[in-house]
Design a protein around this ligand. Structure first.
Ligand code: URP
Ligand code: ZN
Ligand code: ZN
Length: 472
């Protein structure tokens, strides 16, 4: 046989084109794209379906271990099963640093945990404590692990950096040629608003958004961009939730700054009204930055069309609803001391921040962007995989259908309609914000490095078959 696998007669969607072709795979790599390819040992028909690159989700919080020993429920095994089932074959997750600890002594079993993944994976290294030892000795050794990006937070109690610390991280990254990703919110502004709300007895989930209005994010994005400009270091602004924040990025790009913007699926489909749901249901969509008013999503779509926001990630962050209800303040992603309401539910500032979306990201975006006619197919591919691959050192290996790239392919049925239901899903988290959402366009087969790993929502791969990705 000339090929180990041939995916035949599909409409191939690359980052810049669509055409009908066969794809030939040998040793896990795409070796031919063309008509009437010779036979493969294994043959798959993609007739009447699309063939797209496997998704790259560059922002997922999986199995992060806190200094207290508490671990996020989504494990590398469950999280990557969920990813593969949803058409995502590569993940960039977050390697923790605990404040007051070296990188090495923070979550020392993290790489071992990650080795259970079924999807290919890499990390952003979180920096919470840029001591001279961390900056000068530990960060340079990350390059050998293929870790070429750092993550910093400008808010959250246990994670936030001062401007001075942020500058020291930017400057080290510049010296080493790493990317820096930034969570932009003004800690002190949130603290001021939050204290006023709590003092007035405003504790329901929706006040989480009141405590973090757009200006809090816009100010921090502007500051992060300005400090990055000062140092001359490229950054990616994480999870942009509002048009005014995208505008800051756009202005900086027009000045010639190397600034990129990411948004996440939930900012395009959910609003502050979802936080107002009764019976603590609003807690399911507590995330930072917060959900915004109706109309904000249109500004995000406009920024996506202009290319200002060029990556759509999940920011998958796992806390089951059942757990969040009775276990306040157990997450690093929160601010202030844990307070309880009379019924035992946590006040808004003690609800762990984050929403699960790793499994639904591709189908919800396909429905919103392609089925509804907002974007064309190559744009969908760029937003779900190619652009992140370019930004994070995986160009040529991940994120596109080109000869020499890993054969991460998804056979995608653009006409299939199905309603999202958490009971069909593989994630460990017990709910999805898209419960009952009807999407047109679903993955039918997921192929990772030439191997069929999901067929009709059934996981065929074994735990531990994902590979740690070296990044250029
Ligand atoms: O609310 C969020 N986004 N939780 C996950 C952690 C982060 O800030 O990205
Ligand atoms: Zn964040
Ligand atoms: Zn995040």
């Amino acid at each position: 046989f000339d090929f180990d696998l041939v995916v035949r007669d599909g409409t191939v969607v690359t980052s810049f084109d669509c055409f009908s072709a066969d794809i030939g795979v040998k040793d896990g790599v795409i070796t031919a794209i063309g008509r009437n390819l010779r036979r493969g040992r294994e043959e798959l028909s993609a007739e009447h379906q699309l063939v797209i690159p496997g998704g790259l989700d560059p922002h997922c919080h999986i199995e992060e271990v806190a200094e207290s020993g508490s671990v996020q429920e989504e494990t590398f095994e469950t999280g990557s099963k969920a990813a593969l089932a949803g058409g995502t074959t590569s993940l960039i997750c977050f390697k923790p640093q605990w404040r007051g600890h070296s990188i090495k002594s923070s979550a020392p079993d993290y790489l071992e945990r990650a080795s259970r993944a079924l999807a290919d994976y890499s990390f952003h290294q979180i920096i919470t404590d840029p001591s001279p030892e961390v900056l000068d000795q530990e960060i340079p050794t990350l390059l050998a692990l293929g870790v070429r990006s750092l993550k910093v937070f400008l808010t959250y109690d246990p994670l936030r950096l001062s401007d001075g610390q942020f500058i020291s991280v930017l400057s080290k990254a510049k010296q080493l040629g790493m990317m820096v990703t930034v969570h932009c919110e003004n800690y002190d502004a949130i603290e001021w608003l939050q204290n006023a709300l709590l003092a007035a007895g405003k504790t329901a989930p929706v006040y989480h958004a009141w405590a973090r209005p757009v200006v809090v994010e816009r100010e921090a994005a502007h500051r992060a961009i300005s400090l990055a400009e000062l140092v001359g270091q490229p950054i990616q602004v994480f999870h942009v939730s509002a048009g005014a924040v995208a505008d800051e990025i756009e202005r900086a790009r027009k000045r010639g700054s190397k600034v990129w913007g990411e948004t996440c699926m939930h900012y395009l489909t959910h609003t502050i009204a979802d936080l107002e749901k009764p019976h603590f249901e609003g807690a399911k969509v507590v995330c930072s930055p917060a959900l915004r008013d109706e109309g904000e999503a249109d500004r995000l779509w406009a920024a996506i069309s202009r290319g200002t926001l060029n990556v759509i990630s999940s920011d998958h962050c796992g806390f089951s609803f059942a757990k969040a209800k009775r276990d306040p303040g157990s997450s690093a992603y929160g601010q202030g001391t844990a307070l309880l309401n009379d019924d035992g539910t946590p006040a808004f500032n003690s609800i762990p921040n984050g929403v699960p979306g790793i499994e639904t990201r591709m189908t919800v975006l396909f429905n919103e962007a392609v089925t509804k006619g907002r974007l064309d197919l190559p744009a969908f591919v760029r937003l779900t995989s190619t652009n992140a691959a370019h930004l994070f050192g995986l160009k040529g290996r991940k994120g596109d259908i080109i000869p020499g790239a890993d054969a991460d392919l998804v056979i995608w049925d653009p006409t299939r309609e199905k309603t999202i239901n958490v009971s069909d899903m593989h994630q460990a988290i017990d709910y999805t914000p898209w419960e009952g959402y009807s999407a047109k366009g679903w993955p039918t087969t997921t192929i990772r490095r030439g191997e069929v790993v999901v067929r009709d929502n059934q996981i065929l791969a074994k735990a531990g078959t994902g590979k740690l990705l070296p990044r250029a």
